[in-house]
Structures are given as structure tokens and as C-alpha cells.
Design a protein around this ligand. Structure first.
Ligand code: ADP
Ligand code: MG
Length: 349
């Protein structure tokens, strides 16, 4: 008997999340002229008369993307919706409709799902989005949440992640690293609690980083502010996986390099102290943490004066020739190549 050779088996961890996406999708071609942008940005871009429709989808799994031992259902619902709105903001658009798929095991009572929906409804109300449909199934275990959001942007104002130009200024909104530090705190307190359930969580004085982790916001306010100031970013992406990973996406997709300056990276004052508690530097949390959901964007140097007038936006560097690579200038003046070490769920730690 001739035995069949063992079928080829490649581990997912060899490719990682982004490697898998490009492996599966690199040969996909769109056939409709109405599909202006398919795979490859924060949202797909579809023709819609004088406007463009934006569509983005995200899947969240219990145990991978959220831990119900420290995430209240209401916060989970709010966050799941808001992170989708963030992808629409990253295209310079406004969110409009939300579709929610849930797969839920009978481990959960109706009341838990009510709380989840309170959070989703609150996000929809705050961001003026219509909850317009979805799907519900039972799950053999655990909770799965799939959210799809649509948005709208005018044709002249859509901003992609692959259009940064040499010498453009690189900007970020808000501050970075706090959401990851919030997660470290919650995970530490969970361990303490599991070891001794009589221990009360010691989360005093850490409100800011906890809020950044549990209740992020989508920066649609920044989209509006830039528009009012007459600034159209030359490229934009939202920071879901840490600054390093996102700046690399933006530069690689634009075929550019960059220089960013450690001293310019905005970090909240409370983050430094909390980071040192965990023996890490706040800059590491900003570069390689995740879930800050701030906007990373580039602008033409001609807009320098205008952007300098705006609060809550920081210029952190500039776009360079691709041959220069992507580099961080550390506080002691050393040039460090930027490597992606953000959350990449399929890579083994
Ligand atoms: P983001 O972090 O902004 O949500 P992702 O990194 O998840 O974006 O996805 C990058 C691009 O790849 C997007 O255009 C997304 O629609 C697409 N994509 C992700 N997973 C798949 C998949 N399984 N099949 C097809 N396209 C995918
Ligand atoms: Mg995104």
C-alpha cells in the first residue's frame, strides 16, 4: 500500500495575524467599480452618489479580546461599538449605522445581555449612530461579538493610510500607552483576587488608565476639529495595536520611511508612575501596547501653523524617504529602528 503523504500543515503562528490576512487576500481583485477600496484600510470605501460609504467590521472573542472577570458588560458593549466607530474616524468619516452579531452560551443570563445592550445603545446615542440590524445565535461556550459599522465621507475628504508623502508631519491625537497600562492593572488585580478572594481590588488613583482601557472613545471630535481648521490629513490610521505597529502600516503602505521622536510622544502623567510599578517604560506601553484608539495621521508641512493652534494634537515626527527606514530617536539621541510588537493575537508570546 502506498501511503498518502501527510497534507501540508502550516501553523498560523508562522504567519501572524497580518501575515494571514495578506496570505489569504493578496490575490483578491474587486469586480465592481463601486468598490473604490476593498481590503487594506481601516474601512472599505464604496461609491454612493456624491458621497462615499465606509464599512468596517470587527470580531471580539471572550478570553482573547475581553476578560469578563474584570470587564462589566455595559463597558464591553460600549467599547465594542466605539472601536468600530474609530475605524470610520480613521477614514476621516462619520459613523452612521451599526450591525451587531452575538453568539452567546447559556452560561449568561438575559440580564447580562441587557447590560451589554445598554452599553451598545449608549455608544450609538453618543455618536449618533443607528443600531440597524444584526444576528443572534447560541454558542457552545463563551461570548462572541461581531460588529459592522457603516459611515459616510465626502469624496474630497476621504483619507487613506497609503498616501503619506515625504516631509509630511506625523501627528497623533490624545495620549498613548494608558489603555495598555489599565489592562496590566486589571490583570494584576485579577491574579491577586484569584489567589485570595478576600482581597479587595486596589485600583485607587488609577482612574485615568482604567477608563482608557474600559471605556475608550473614537476620535470623531478630532475629525471635526481638523475639518473646521481647514486641514485635510494626507494619510490616517487609528491606533488599535500600539504606535509602532500603526506607524509601520502607514509608512509601508505609503512606501515611505519616518523619523519619530520619543520626547514628543504624548503620554499622560499618571502613566509614567504606573509603568514604573510594572518595571516597564511608559514609552514601551505607547509604542507596543494597544487599544488607545487615538488617530495617527500625517499633514502637509504647509499646515504646520494651523495644526499648532489645535489642542490635543501632537506632532511627533515626519515622513522620510523609504530608504531611511522607520526610526525612533530616543531621548538620549540614539536612532532605534521601529519594530512592530503590538498585539498580534496569533503569534506565540
Ligand atoms: P483594523 O485593525 O483597522 O480593524 P485589520 O488589521 O483588522 O484592520 O484589517 C486590515 C484589512 O484587512 C482591512 O481592510 C480588513 O477589512 C481586511 N481583513 C481582515 N481580515 C480579513 C479576512 N479574514 N478576509 C478579508 N479581509 C480581511
Ligand atoms: Mg483601524
Amino acid at each position: 500500500m502506498i501511503e498518502n503523504p501527510a497534507p501540508k500543515r502550516t501553523e498560523l503562528s508562522e504567519l501572524g495575524e497580518f501575515g494571514l490576512i495578506s496570505h489569504l487576500t493578496s490575490d483578491i481583485k474587486t469586480i465592481h467599480t463601486s468598490t473604490i477600496k476593498g481590503i487594506g484600510d481601516d474601512a472599505a470605501v464604496l461609491e454612493n452618489g456624491d458621497l462615499l460609504t465606509l464599512v468596517s467590521t470587527d470580531l471580539l472573542l471572550e478570553g482573547i479580546h475581553f476578560d469578563l472577570s474584570f470587564t462589566p458588560f455595559k463597558h464591553l458593549g460600549y467599547k465594542a461599538a466605539v472601536v468600530n466607530f474609530s475605524d470610520i474616524a480613521a477614514m476621516n468619516g462619520s459613523p452612521r449605522q451599526l450591525f451587531v452579531g452575538i453568539s452567546v452560551s447559556n452560561r449568561f443570563p438575559v440580564e447580562a445581555m441587557e447590560e451589554l445592550y445598554e452599553g451598545i445603545k449608549l455608544a450609538c446615542e453618543r455618536y449618533q449612530v443607528d443600531l440597524a440590524g444584526g444576528d443572534t445565535t447560541s454558542s457552545p461556550g463563551g461570548l462572541f461579538i461581531s460588529m459592522t459599522v457603516t459611515g459616510v465621507v465626502s469624496k474630497e475628504k476621504v483619507v487613506y493610510r497609503n498616501t503619506a508623502k515625504e516631509n509630511d508631519l506625523i501627528c497623533v491625537s490624545g495620549d498613548l500607552g494608558s489603555a495598555y497600562l489599565g489592562l496590566l492593572l486589571l490583570e494584576r488585580e485579577k491574579k491577586v483576587f484569584l489567589a485570595d478572594p478576600t482581597m479587595q481590588p486596589d485600583l485607587e488613583g488609577n482612574d485615568y488608565v482604567l477608563e482608557r482601557q474600559l471605556k475608550p472613545e473614537a476620535r470623531v471630535d478630532i475629525v471635526k476639529k481638523l475639518d473646521e481648521a481647514g486641514i485635510l490629513p494626507t494619510s490616517m490610521i487609528d491606533i488599535s495595536d500600539g504606535l509602532a505597529s500603526e506607524v509601520l502600516h502607514l509608512c509601508r503602505d505609503s512606501n515611505m520611511g519616518c523619523m519619530i521622536y520619543e520626547e514628543k510622544i504624548p503620554i499622560d502623567i499618571s502613566a509614567g508612575a504606573i509603568a514604573s510599578d510594572f518595571n516597564i517604560q511608559a514609552i514601551t506601553a505607547a509604542m507596543n501596547g494597544g487599544e488607545d484608539y487615538e488617530l495617527l495621521f500625517t499633514i502637509s508641512m504647509n499646515d504646520f501653523e494651523k495644526i499648532s493652534q489645535l489642542k490635543d494634537i501632537t506632532i511627533i515626527g515626519h515622513i522620510t524617504d523609504p530608504n531611511a527606514g522607520c526610526n525612533l530617536v530616543s531621548n538620549d539621541g540614539v536612532l532605534v529602528p521601529i519594530l512592530a510588537q503590538g498585539f498580534n493575537h496569533m503569534r506565540e508570546e
